[in-house]
Ligand binder design. Structure first.
Ligand SMILES: Cc1cc2nc3c(=O)[nH]c(=O)nc-3n(C[C@H](O)[C@H](O)[C@H](O)COP(=O)(O)OP(=O)(O)OC[C@H]3O[C@@H](n4cnc5c(N)ncnc54)[C@H](O)[C@@H]3O)c2cc1C
Length: 448
């Protein structure tokens, strides 16, 4: 079998890892990305010589594939780890549920608190959530915690994330999230910079070394078929790329608009939420100390506020506080997503004043709109297969295939590796990358 030529569509982390895994095995690979740089949702903003993520990003200690790639690009030694403080803002009060005093005072009965602890411990011990795929988050919380726990906390959290009640959200997704212990395990960062910049630049260099042809600033506008097979990719600048096989590392909603028809099970029923991310740098001192604050009352414009320098103290200039307001929006067609920057910032200023009791005084602000953020992991969600069943030489990558894992940089990278491995297997080739990732162990977690 001769080596196929491959076009990879979308230069986010899933597309990058797919392209690299294929090129390493000698395939001729072209990667097409509409942005000026590779990285997609893991992109970077530059301001006055400092670098910030498009929205808060931290490294998860259990994100095996991410850690493996960080080592591969020589950046793992630079990663530092910190315990962070997560707060809940509820009905005008701030709660740190990891602090015994706050936990005891939190408005939930003592019996429910004990049940809550049981839910957290059981979820932490359970790695495989297959048996909960068809059940709802409400069933999980009610069975292992109780309705009181659900009402007091989880109903608000699923509404924050997906604007849906627990009953409509997947139990497997919630369980996998609790298993990851995102809020209580140490989180990683790279001092003096934004770590996703280090990641994306390191991966871009890997692509170069592997000989991938990278076409940035070009939007794919059409996939054209001939005799039942995809024949070429057309881009908005007139570029046409012919290939023997294609990896779509695009959100499914974009892929659908390019191809028209694809009957692959569960593919086109996937819907994405959108997100608004407001970065604001100020010299104000903000108390109390926290990295991640959930605005759980659901009355604010933002659903969460992050203080990025609480994780990475060197992310901005000296003495600067870098706030990140985020708002989950049910879809990019929702009126909230179309509000003007001014309207959104006036909501965020109001939130700030309500929570901290004084006005926000920004040095600068920047609003980022991400129209396709996360697939909605509803009850009964199923990962589509890695191969399109309508188009034999189209392979699929992206976080919509990594359910129920928490959608992260690492799962995106893994989905690209999986698509590449499937394509290679169909051409009687093999990649060692999946085995190497599985065998990887994080040995040191230097504190920062
Ligand atoms: C608010 C927020 C917070 C997050 N926090 C964390 C965190 O703390 N830790 C963590 O590990 N992960 C985090 N993530 C998740 C992580 O960033 C994503 O899971 C990952 O980057 C997704 O990569 P992807 O390649 O699957 O998708 P994308 O990044 O969406 O890649 C798709 C790519 O396709 C391109 N594209 C779209 N249409 C076209 C077209 N027509 N032609 C060509 N190209 C096209 C896009 O420009 C994009 O580059 C966060 C994400 C967000 C948004």
């Amino acid at each position: 079998m001769t080596a196929p030529e491959v076009a990879v569509l979308g230069g986010g982390l899933a597309g990058i890892s797919a392209a690299w895994t294929l090129a390493r095995e000698g395939l001729d690979v072209t990667l097409i990305e509409s942005g000026e740089r590779l990285g997609g949702l893991a992109g970077t903003i530059e301001r006055d010589g400092h670098f910030y993520p498009l929205a808060y990003h931290h490294i998860l200690r259990r994100d095996q594939t991410l850690l493996w790639f960080l080592e591969r690009i020589g950046a793992l030694n630079e990663v530092r780890w910190r315990n962070i403080r997560m707060l809940f803002h509820l009905d005008g009060k701030l709660w740190n549920l990891a602090a015994p005093v706050d936990f005891l005072r939190f408005p939930m009965s003592l019996a429910d608190k004990l049940r809550f602890v049981r839910l957290m411990l059981r979820s932490f011990r359970k790695a495989d959530w297959d048996d909960w795929h068809d059940r709802s988050a409400a069933e999980l919380v009610d069975a292992w915690g109780g309705p009181g726990v659900r009402e007091a906390l989880f109903e608000r959290l699923t509404r924050l994330k997906f604007r849906r009640p627990c009953d409509e959200v997947s139990a497997a997704w919630l369980g996998a999230r609790l298993h990851f212990r995102e809020g209580s395990a140490p989180l990683g960062f790279v001092p003096e910079t934004n770590w996703t910049k280090v990641l994306c630049e390191g991966l871009t260099a890997l692509l170069q070394d592997a000989g991938v042809r990278v076409l940035t600033g070009r939007r794919v506008t059409k996939l054209t078929a001939d005799a039942g097979r995809i024949d070429r990719v057309e881009c908005d600048d007139g570029t046409t790329v012919h290939a023997d096989a294609y990896v779509s590392a695009l959100p499914t909603e974009v892929y659908r608009s390019l191809i028209g028809a694809d009957d692959t099970t569960d593919l086109f029923s996937i819907r994405y939420t959108a997100i608004l991310s407001g970065l604001c740098v100020t010299r104000q001192t903000i108390r109390p100390d926290f990295y991640w604050m959930n605005l759980a009352s659901l009355r604010q414009s933002s659903n969460g506020i992050f203080r990025l320098e609480a994780l990475n103290p060197t992310i901005g200039g000296p003495g600067e506080t870098c706030l990140n307001f985020v708002t989950h929006v049910p879809s990019r067609d929702d009126p909230t997503f179309g509000l003007s920057d001014e309207e959104i910032w006036s909501g965020y200023r109001r939130d700030f004043e309500q929570v901290f009791g004084h006005a926000l005084e920004p040095l600068w602000t920047r609003l980022v709109r991400l129209p396709l953020y996360s697939p909605v992991f509803h009850r009964g969600y199923r990962n589509p297969p890695v191969r399109s069943t309508s188009w034999p030489q189209v392979y699929l990558a992206g976080n919509y295939r990594t359910f129920p894992s928490i959608a992260s940089t690492g799962t995106a990278l893994q989905s690209g590796v999986d698509a590449a491995a499937a394509l290679l297997a169909d051409h009687r080739r093999r990649t060692p990358v999946p085995d190497e990732i599985r065998a990887f162990r994080l040995r040191r977690m230097p504190r920062g």
